[in-house]
Design a protein around this ligand. Structure first.
Ligand code: G4P
Length: 522
């Protein structure tokens, strides 16, 4: 395979808010030489406040443009980190980003274990068999027993695990980690900047006792014996298939255990993988360029409604100023100022390879999922929408601006800000989101970018699910029975709006041949 492609590692760090994603990202950038001091990367999360602060949202959007992709060279590898929003209400954005990565690192807080958001994000990884590495963070604080944590990871994330480093105590007694892979001991020194030195110790000699004390040395020996007995040897193939997750322990804030993680990551993580298009499987080393848009971010400046469309290159080489086919529009386009991202800087790129992410200036020509090729008609699939959790009817609050409102809603949905359903019974527009904040963002952006005013009206719904059936008669009967609760999504597919869990359950029992899907990818 082309060397350029083989050395690329494109991944995302995912975590429940506050587990330490920002801290870990920052330390990785430190190793990549992209930043010189800790503290340079600002968290892009919106701190929880009673009332959302517009500046915070604006900041989040602004920052997320520049830190959406961070790339650096490390040894012989080119590492691309795709950032995901820190706020839960933007989870949909994270799901989509996961379609553009070849692997992920999951950060788990050692004291809290697996949290709700981690579980959800892992489900998305499982859908696509994305290889995952787990980093158990905050070992400098009192953490759960590591064996209990491993059990929890296995059962909650539904994946086999294999520790590759092992902690020696936690909290104030935290001594460091033993690197099972390299058979070296890393002694902990709390420091944000200094990288701890590794010492090679034979764990069976008194050297270990001298370094961590006889009691802990004995405990470590027993632990390691138990690990070898319980967990099979680390199998890279099982990891690449998404069946086995190697586990590392450390403290991102103290830059401890991070280098081990990075070293192992670049070695075992997959380079760009083949991508399934509707028509065929696209191999990364095919000579011709193909790519798809997985994320669109609006500009922070309200006077210039220009966006950046993020395109993941699936195969070949992208070259600046070359005509490429925008498959949905069947139109040839050239890009004179595509950008790549280096920590907080943006630079114009002349060429980029499969695995890379490029930013394309966009003023409404792109929609999430759009494909670019050198002429072939291809549609990359696998950008799932998830059943939203919150619903509101959107109404026009300024009769003079109906057109602007319609256009605004349309474009915001193209960007993937939320999902739109049209109720077939009354024709009303229903917006579905995963969090309250999205409604506020939509309203704010409609006003600021489209000069349109909207009003929200409550819709008490439990879930929207896509339905299909091999039995057209039953499907018709269902639609008739539930006519007040039937809607269409933007692609014209049938969606059932269940107003309670009970109603949904009854529908599933009564209509045996109808499949109720909770993601749009089925
Ligand atoms: P996130 O992006 O996943 O939301 O997490 P982030 O890195 O922002 O970390 C959340 C909080 O946890 C931060 O504290 C951060 O300093 C702390 N933290 C991260 N890693 C470690 C670790 O290894 N050990 C300890 N003890 N703390 C860690 P904060 O008070 O919210 O922010 P700040 O004031 O420290 O910036």
């Amino acid at each position: 395979m082309n060397n350029e492609i083989a050395r690329r590692r494109t991944f995302a760090i995912i975590a429940h808010p506050d587990a330490g994603k920002t801290s870990l990202t920052e330390k990785l950038l430190l190793f990549g030489g992209q930043i010189q001091v800790a503290g340079a990367v600002k968290s892009n999360k919106i701190k929880k406040t009673a009332t959302s602060d517009w500046m915070d949202i604006e900041k989040q959007r602004g920052i997320s443009v520049t830190t959406s992709v961070m790339e650096f060279d490390y040894h012989d590898y080119k590492v691309n980190i795709l950032d995901t929003p820190g706020h839960q209400d933007f989870a949909e954005d994270t799901y989509r980003t996961l379609t553009a990565v070849d692997s992920v690192i999951i950060v788990v807080d050692g004291a809290k274990g697996v949290e709700s958001q981690t579980r959800k994000l892992m489900e998305v990884c499982r859908m696509r068999n994305t290889p995952v590495i787990i980093f158990v963070n905050k070992m400098d604080r009192e953490a759960k027993d590591p064996f209990d944590l491993l059990d929890e990871l296995e059962s909650e994330l539904v994946i086999n695990v294999r520790p590759l480093t092992w902690p020696i105590e936690s909290g104030p007694r935290f001594k460091g980690v033993y690197n099972i892979y390299e058979r070296k001991l890393n002694l902990f020194q709390p420091s944000k900047q200094v990288v701890t030195e590794k010492v090679e110790v034979d764990i069976h000699t008194s050297d270990l006792d001298e370094r961590i004390g006889a009691f802990l040395a004995e405990k470590l020996r027993n632990d390691l014996e138990l690990i070898d007995g319980v967990y099979p040897d680390f199998d890279v193939d099982a990891y690449l298939k998404g069946e086995l997750a190697p586990v590392f322990f450390g403290s991102a804030l103290n830059n401890f255990g991070v280098q081990e993680l990075l070293d192992c990551f670049v070695e075992i993580a997959p380079c760009p993988r083949p991508v399934q298009a509707e028509e065929r499987v696209v191999q990364p080393d095919e000579p011709k360029f193909t790519g798809f848009v997985f994320k669109i971010t609006a500009n922070i400046d309200p006077n210039h409604r220009s966006c950046v469309a993020f395109c993941k290159i699936c195969s070949g080489k992208f070259t600046r100023n070359t005509p490429y086919l925008h498959v949905r529009h069947n139109k040839t386009m050239r890009f004179s100022s595509p950008t790549q991202f280096m920590a907080q800087r943006k630079t114009t790129v002349d060429e980029a390879w499969a695995g890379d992410i490029i930013g394309l200036p966009d003023n409404g020509t792109f929609k999430i999922g759009d494909t670019l090729t050198e002429g072939e008609t291809l549609h990359f699939k696998g950008l799932p929408s998830f059943s939203p959790e919150m619903f509101k009817y959107i109404e026009n609050a300024d009769p003079m601006k109906a057109k602007q409102l319609a256009k605004g809603i349309d474009q915001l949905m193209d960007e993937g800000v939320a999902q739109l359903f049209i109720n077939q019974f009354n024709g009303r527009k229903l917006i579905g989101t995963v969090g309250q904040l999205q409604f506020e963002v939509i309203q704010y952006r409609l006003e600021n970018e489209y000069n349109a005013k909207c009003r929200w009206e409550p819709a008490s719904l439990y879930k929207a699910c896509w339905i299909e059936s091999d039995d057209p008669e039953e499907l018709e009967a269902f639609k008739k029975r539930k006519y007040q609760y039937m809607a269409k999504d933007r692609e014209g597919r049938d969606v059932f709006l269940a107003d309670s869990g009970y109603v949904l359950q009854m529908a599933q029992t009564d209509f045996k041949h109808i499949k109720f899907h909770f993601t749009s990818e089925f």
